[in-house]
Design a protein around this ligand. Structure first.
Ligand code: PMP
Length: 435
């Protein structure tokens, strides 16, 4: 007999899930269809991934066309035209100086790729002793060993603690409820937290440090917005000591913060940017690492016909994914999506902060079209209240996300004010019903 529960869901309580499974069978625009025929308003844009809405006709058409033209092409020693074109467009959109694009299949792969490029860069320049990697508490850089090691989520690390990468350190995270509760946009307090990097540089000697990786706005751990001046200060310290700065923009790139990249919005240019999700509107898995010309040139050494970086994936630059990416970027451009997302930000900010004072709410924060509502945890059952709100909203026809007791919001980049109102009305109602 077939095991109807063979599917092992990621980051999910599987035993609980299969008692009351939630299954979707279709999606269009801003709505999912469930297996029992209900329509759900998607308040999370997939998983931060699908800002243009589901089954966007232009992307669907591009994928359909590509899969019948060039379904796959050997990734090593052979380029395909779609990957060539997409790399050029991504580089054109990136901050000046970030000129080269290495394709991956996910955010996790982008993180590990970026860390490896950073190590290879220093070695190529004769500084092979620079091997230490620095992340941040409450950072998320995916689940592979590199990203997990520089990541700062205790639950993700606990079981693998003995096998994390050696030589990693973490800056403190940038959240302090006492200093920034209910702040709108960037908190004024906290730029000095960046000086943790200065302390680590002193402790280990900066000449041993390869790179620092941070999310410009931490997403998965509950929308931790960088204090005013914080990212600038990280950049300054990195420059002082020759440490590479990596921005993990898997969430924040491609319009989520009302700009092509958070780097542009914050006015801070890192040495490498990791992306995924919005690169293809989530339609086909694809990620990319965008690399500065300085790093690229340092690695282009040795005989002309020697491989410069021993790294890559079978599906790097997959032509169908790249076609989805090209169509996605075209829609962003033609529909002026980044500017529209920026214009929607004040509407979103008002809508989410209206939940201040609702039952259980202890903080509300937002930046771009990213928002978090933090709940007082249930005594003895952390995360239970957040999960209950997620489930109640799902029943009521709205999909949000809970990261423990922090409700997270990532509306479509072209949401209407009515949709935003519906999302937060539903949450308010759910909050009134949970214990
Ligand atoms: N980095 C960040 C900042 C992310 O938010 C995520 C996923 N939410 C990842 C990396 C990992 O991406 P993926 O799940 O595609 O591996």
């Amino acid at each position: 007999m077939n095991n109807e529960q063979a599917y092992w869901l990621p980051f999910t309580a599987n035993r609980a899930f299969w008692k009351t499974p939630r299954v979707i069978t279709g999606a269009r625009g801003h709505y999912y269809t469930t297996d029992d025929g209900r329509q759900l308003l998607d308040g999370f844009s997939g998983l931060w991934s699908s800002g243009l809405g589901h089954c966007h006709p232009r992307i669907v058409e591009a994928v359909r066309e590509q899969v019948g033209t060039l379904d796959y092409g050997m990734a090593f020693q052979v380029a395909n035209d779609r990957a060539v074109a997409l790399a050029s467009e991504v580089a054109a959109l990136a901050p000046a100086g970030l000129e080269r694009v290495f394709f991956t299949n996910s955010g996790s792969e982008s993180a590990d790729t970026a860390l490896k490029i950073a190590l290879a860069y220093h070695r190529a320049r004769g500084e092979g002793q620079r091997t230490r990697l620095i992340g941040r508490e409450r950072g998320y850089h995916g689940v592979n060993f590199g990203g997990m090691s520089v990541g700062g989520i205790p639950g993700n690390r606990k079981v693998f603690s003995a096998t994390l990468l050696p030589g990693t350190d973490h800056l403190r995270h940038t959240y302090s409820r006492a200093d920034m509760a209910y702040s709108r946009g960037q908190p004024a307090w906290g730029a000095e937290l960046a000086d943790d990097l200065e302390r680590l540089a002193a402790l280990h000697d900066a000449s041993n440090i390869a790179a620092v990786i941070v999310e410009p706005v931490a997403g998965s751990t509950g929308i931790l917005v960088p204090p005013v001046g914080y990212l600038q200060r990280l950049r300054e310290i990195c420059d002082r000591y020759g440490i590479l700065l990596i921005f993990d923009e898997v969430i924040t790139a491609f319009g989520r913060v009302g700009a092509p990249f958070a780097a542009e919005r914050f006015g801070v240019t890192p040495d490498l940017i990791t992306t995924a999700k919005g690169l293809t509107n989530g339609v086909i898995p694809m990620g990319a690492v965008i690399v500065s010309e300085k790093i690229y040139q340092a690695l282009m050494q040795g005989p002309d016909n020697a491989v410069e970086l021993f790294h890559g994936y079978t599906y790097s630059g997959h032509p169908v994914a790249a076609a989805a990416g090209l169509a996605t970027l075209q829609v962003y451009r033609e529909e002026d999506i980044f500017a529209r997302a920026r214009a929607l930000e004040p509407v979103f900010e008002e809508a989410i902060h209206a939940l201040k004072g609702a039952p259980h709410v202890i903080d509300v924060r937002n930046f771009g079209l990213m928002g978090g509502i933090e709940l007082e945890p249930c005594p003895g059952a952390p995360g239970a209240r957040g999960l209950e709100v997620f489930l109640k909203c799902f029943e009521a026809g709205v999909v949000i996300r809970n990261g423990g007791d922090i409700l997270q919001f990532s509306p479509f980049l072209d949401s209407t004010p009515d949709e935003l109102a519906r999302i937060f009305d539903t949450v308010r109602e759910a909050l009134g019903k949970v214990a």
